[in-house]
Design a protein around this ligand. Structure first.
Ligand SMILES: Cc1cc2nc3c(=O)[nH]c(=O)nc-3n(C[C@H](O)[C@H](O)[C@H](O)COP(=O)(O)O)c2cc1C
Length: 359
């Protein structure tokens, strides 16, 4: 690989600075012109973001998880600030699948944006019915299955925390979906062994993995001395969760290198996105940052292109999983090495992550 020479110039977010680098990526056979997508729940169906940048230029809009029937969500307050992040307990508010298909998906189709439709349910049957509703809908680029939902038939046990229940959902969705449409299983980090869950859903037919969903958290208001959220607990997102997310992507890519990963969790800049790509993500989703910077998906895509070129990559694809490769030997000068190294022996122990070393 040749090293591109990037000189320091004007701000990297100016369009003229974007290097000519092939940013095409593939998610389970789905070709995307850009590896940066929105994250479910943080941009509704993309309509609001389209005022800030052309949403047809990003990889895809991942829509808010839709359920079978309309839902008003959890009571307020349902947002709380946290150090380097936020806690939410929106509770999957939404219009239900029929209204979603008529209005939101229709708008995305007319706008010419790629749509990844996120679905969520409280039972395997509900996921089955959602998948069946999508079966003959055209212009769905992929289905993301949000399995971080309580299973009403199993004492509220979250599907994503149980490899068997998670697999049942994915089997049902895969069986009832158009075979040409990739099914991505969205994993929760709130498990002891995320690789076991990943294997289970891939064996059940998931074509790819989205990771990670929010972490379960809680804030107590020290003035009222009560939980800050009406729902008591909520999902933690934003930069605070990024090291957890990167670790999850790294571990799953090491175990299942052929399975495409849509990585997310606290991405604010192109360099943050690059971390996920080096860990093994084939694309990234951008969520919480869009609340204070709605143009972030487009900006992050530009910054990522610059960061890749600065490191000598000629295409986005070359960088996927780079952190798993052994470093090149240090040059005689002892200076930094940016070469792409060689792949580690698959059987070799893979760093402190596998050994469970704590910081
Ligand atoms: C307000 C809010 C709503 C969310 N709603 C959903 C959702 O409907 N479905 C889903 O799979 N994930 C949902 N998420 C999780 C995000 O898609 C993403 O996985 C997580 O926030 C980590 O990325 P981030 O730190 O960039 O936000 C939501 C996150 C936030 C902050």
């Amino acid at each position: 690989m040749t090293r591109a020479v990037i000189t320091h110039g004007p701000r990297p977010d100016a369009a003229a600075d974007v290097p000519d680098i092939d940013m095409t990526t593939w998610l389970a056979g789905l070709e995307l012109p850009s590896p940066v997508l929105t994250a479910s729940g943080c941009a509704a169906a993309g309509r609001e973001l389209d005022q800030f940048f052309d949403i047809t230029t990003i990889g895809a809009v991942v829509t808010k998880s839709i359920m079978l029937n309309p839902r008003s969500g959890r009571p307020t307050p349902r947002m709380a600030e946290t150090p380097s992040g936020m806690l939410n307990s929106i509770g999957l508010q939404g219009p239900g699948i029929d209204a979603f298909l008529d209005k939101d998906l229709e708008w995305l189709r007319a706008r010419g944006a790629r749509a990844v439709v996120s679905i969520a349910g409280g039972s395997v049957d509900e996921y089955t019915r959602l998948a069946s509703k999508l079966r003959h809908v055209t212009d769905v680029a992929a289905i993301e299955v949000n399995i971080s939902c309580p299973n009403v038939e199993d004492r509220g046990q979250v599907f994503a925390c149980d490899p068997v229940a998670a697999a049942e959902v994915i089997t049902a969705v895969r069986r009832n979906t158009n075979p040409g449409i990739p099914v991505l299983a969205k994993l929760s980090p709130d498990v002891t062994d995320i690789v076991a869950i990943a294997r289970s859903v891939v064996d059940a037919g998931a074509d790819g993995l989205s990771m990670i969903n929010t972490l379960l958290g809680m804030v107590i208001d020290t003035d009222t001395m009560r939980p800050a959220l009406a729902g008591i607990t909520g999902g933690l997102s934003g930069p605070a969760i990024r090291p957890v997310a990167v670790r999850c992507v790294y571990q799953v890519h090491a175990a299942l290198p052929e399975v495409p990963i849509l990585g997310m969790g606290g991405i604010r800049t192109g360099l943050d996105a690059l971390e996920f790509v080096l860990a093994g993500a084939s694309a990234v989703s951008v969520g919480t940052v869009t609340f204070h910077d709605p143009g972030a998906p487009a900006r992050i895509a530009r910054e990522l292109a610059v960061a890749l070129a600065e490191r000598g990559f000629e295409s986005f694809e070359q960088a996927i999983g780079h952190a798993h490769r052994a470093p090149d030997p240090a040059p005689a000068s002892g200076g930094p090495v940016a070469g792409h190294g060689h792949t580690l022996d698959a059987d070799a122990p893979d760093t402190a992550v596998e050994a469970g070393v704590e910081g």
